[in-house]
Design a protein around this ligand. Structure first.
Ligand code: GDP
Length: 173
């Protein structure tokens, strides 16, 4: 689960998994600053640190970027990345940087537009189509709202699809 700070990531994690999520102290990966949660007994959700916080020192940011990059590029157990983007702003430069990197390393991505309730229906649709076009997606990204509950079942389904596709790839190897 990735996104810039304030995109609504922690709200969304609570909303999606509620009590079914248990934080795991001993992470299956070794990367620091990633939070691992065990969901439904057998799968981990990995919470990436929110990025784009201006006060993070540049050197630290670069170091962290390398570490995170290594994790995203090489972790075999990572089925995919859910990239959260605020529906009002669309992808930021850092979102685009992350997405380009994920395409480069062949990591499956699911784009999700957050805070859908903050835009009226018409503008919501316009934004979905704009982001689809700008990012060259096959279908418009899913819009969700923690406030209205919109998109929850569909997002869970899409996350499950990432996991299913991952299992199929493992079996194919
Ligand atoms: P994080 O920094 O990405 O973890 O973001 P938070 O989950 O802390 O959310 C940032 C702010 O956005 C908080 O004030 C939330 O209440 C608000 N927020 C998050 N999701 C939604 C949503 O779906 N709708 C609305 N209206 N506000 C939201």
């Amino acid at each position: 689960m990735a996104g810039r700070s304030n995109v609504g990531k922690s709200s969304l994690l609570n909303w999606l998994f509620r009590r079914s999520m248990a934080r795991v102290a001993k992470a299956p990966g070794k990367t620091r600053a990633l939070s691992f949660y065990l969901v439904n007994g057998s799968q981990y959700l990995v919470d990436l640190p929110g990025y784009g916080y201006a006060k993070v020192e540049r050197r630290l940011r670069e170091e962290w970027g390398r570490e995170l990059g290594r994790y995203l590029a090489t972790e075999e157990r990572l089925a995919g990345v859910v990239s959260l983007i605020d529906i009002r702003h669309g992808p930021t430069a850092l979102d685009l940087e992350l997405l380009r990197f994920l395409v480069e390393v062949d990591r499956p991505v699911e784009i999700v537009l957050t805070k859908a309730d903050k835009e009226p229906r018409g503008r919501r649709r316009t934004m979905q189509i704009k982001v689809q076009r700008d990012l060259g997606l096959a279908t418009p990204p899913l819009a969700v709202s923690v406030k209205t509950g919109e998109g929850r079942a569909e997002l869970l389904r899409r996350i499950e699809q990432l996991a299913t596709a991952w299992r199929e790839r493992q079996q194919g190897e």
